[in-house]
Design a protein around this ligand. Structure first.
Ligand SMILES: [Zn+2]
Ligand SMILES: [Zn+2]
Length: 335
C-alpha cells in the first residue's frame, strides 16, 4: 500500500465561527495523484483502464489536426527529465548534441501521415476511479468504476478537451484490453497525463464565497479583514484533483449549472492544474510533501503538478453531473 497524503488542518475552524456555514458544507475527496506505475486494476490518472478486450475503444467524431505527436510529448519529457536529473541545483541545463536532435524531433509538428493515423481519433485515457478507493464517489446502480477519457484537442466554447465518462462493474471485465489505443496527436503537450497513482483523502469544503448568501458573505469578509484569515484561499475550497465538493467561480463569478431536466447539477470531478499553491509551499500542500527541494539535482516537474495536465493557463476543469440521472448530459466549467 502506498503512502497516504494528509491535508494540513485549516488555520481556523470556520464553521465554529460561522455556524450557518453548516448549510454550505460538503465533503470532497482529494485524489492526490503522484507519479507511479498504475495498472488496470488501480485507481489512477494517466494509467491503463480496466477495458474489456472485446469492447471497441471510443473515438472522437471529429477530425483534428494535431500540434504535436503524443509519442513526441512523452519522448521530449523523458529527454528533459534525464537532463534535469543530472543538473545540479542552480546550474544551467545543458543538452548533449544527440539530445538536442532527439528533442527537436520529438517536438516536431505531426506529419500528414500522423494526422491520417489520428483519424478517427481514439480518446485518451485520463483517469480511472474505483469506488472502493474513492470515498464519496457515487456510481450508477451496480457500477463500481468510473473511467474518464478525453479527446485532447480543443472542443466547443471552453476550447478544452472533450471529457467522456464510462461507468463499469469491475467484475464484468474478465479479459483486459492490452495495447490500449491512444490518439496519435494532441493539441498541446499539457493534455498528455503522466501516469500517477492516487492517495484519496476525504476533506471538508465550504461553498465558494460569492455563492454564499449576501449577509453571510459580508460578515465573512469583515471577519477576514479583522483577523487576516483568507476564506477563499485557505478555508473553503481545496486545490487539486478531487471528487465532489464545490466548484470555484473565480473566473466568471457564480453561474447556475442546471441540467436540462431542471435539477441543479453537482461537481463530480475536478481536473486541476496544481495540487497546491507553489512547488514547495501553500496551505493545501500535504504534510508528507517536502517544503524545500531535496537532493543536489534539479527535476523537470514541479512537485505540485504531478499529472503534467495544465488546464488553459493553470485553471481547473469541473465536470458536473445531474443528481437525477447519470444518463443526463454532463456540463463543464473552467475556473
Ligand atoms: Zn475531438
Ligand atoms: Zn438531469
Amino acid at each position: 500500500m502506498t503512502r497516504s497524503r494528509t491535508t494540513p488542518p485549516r488555520p481556523v475552524d470556520i464553521a465554529a465561527v460561522f455556524p450557518e456555514l453548516a448549510a454550505h458544507r460538503r465533503t470532497a475527496t482529494r485524489l492526490h495523484p503522484r507519479p507511479g506505475a498504475p495498472g488496470p486494476g488501480d485507481s489512477s490518472v494517466g494509467g491503463p483502464l480496466l477495458w474489456p478486450a472485446d469492447e471497441p475503444w471510443p473515438a472522437c467524431e471529429r477530425f483534428h489536426v494535431g500540434m504535436v505527436t503524443t509519442d513526441g510529448v512523452r519522448l521530449g519529457r523523458r529527454i528533459l527529465e534525464r537532463a534535469w536529473g543530472r543538473t545540479r541545483r542552480g546550474e544551467t541545463l545543458v543538452l548533449a548534441e544527440q539530445e538536442q536532435a532527439d528533442l527537436k524531433r520529438a517536438e516536431a509538428p505531426p506529419t500528414d501521415e500522423d494526422d491520417a493515423k489520428a483519424n478517427p481519433m481514439p480518446l485518451m485515457a485520463l483517469a480511472q476511479l474505483y469506488a472502493r478507493d474513492v470515498p464519496g464517489l457515487t456510481c450508477p446502480e451496480g457500477m463500481d468504476v468510473l473511467q474518464v477519457l478525453w479527446c485532447p484537442h480543443e472542443h466547443d466554447d471552453l476550447c478544452l478537451p472533450a471529457v467522456h465518462l464510462r461507468w463499469r462493474r469491475a467484475s464484468d471485465v474478465t479479459a483486459v484490453l492490452a495495447d490500449q489505443p491512444e490518439p496519435a496527436t494532441v493539441e498541446y503537450d499539457d493534455y498528455v497525463p503522466e501516469p500517477c497513482v492516487l492517495h484519496p483523502e476525504v476533506i471538508t469544503e465550504y461553498e465558494y464565497v460569492e455563492s454564499l448568501p449576501d449577509d453571510l458573505r459580508k460578515r465573512i469578509e469583515d471577519w477576514e479583514e479583522a483577523t487576516g484569515h483568507d476564506y477563499r484561499g485557505e478555508l473553503s475550497l481545496a486545490l487539486g484533483w478531487k471528487v465532489g465538493g464545490f466548484a470555484s467561480w473565480s473566473l466568471s463569478g457564480p453561474q447556475p449549472v442546471v441540467c436540462e431536466c431542471g435539477r441543479d447539477m453537482k461537481p463530480l470531478l475536478t481536473i486541476d492544474t496544481c495540487e497546491w499553491e507553489s512547488p514547495y509551499g501553500g496551505s493545501w500542500r500535504p504534510v508528507e510533501e517536502p517544503d524545500h527541494p531535496a537532493g543536489e539535482f534539479e527535476s523537470l516537474a514541479n512537485p505540485n503538478m504531478p499529472t503534467a495536465i495544465v488546464i488553459s493557463r493553470g485553471y481547473a476543469l469541473y465536470v458536473f453531473t445531474c443528481p437525477d440521472s447519470f444518463d443526463h448530459p454532463l456540463r463543464f466549467t473552467m475556473q
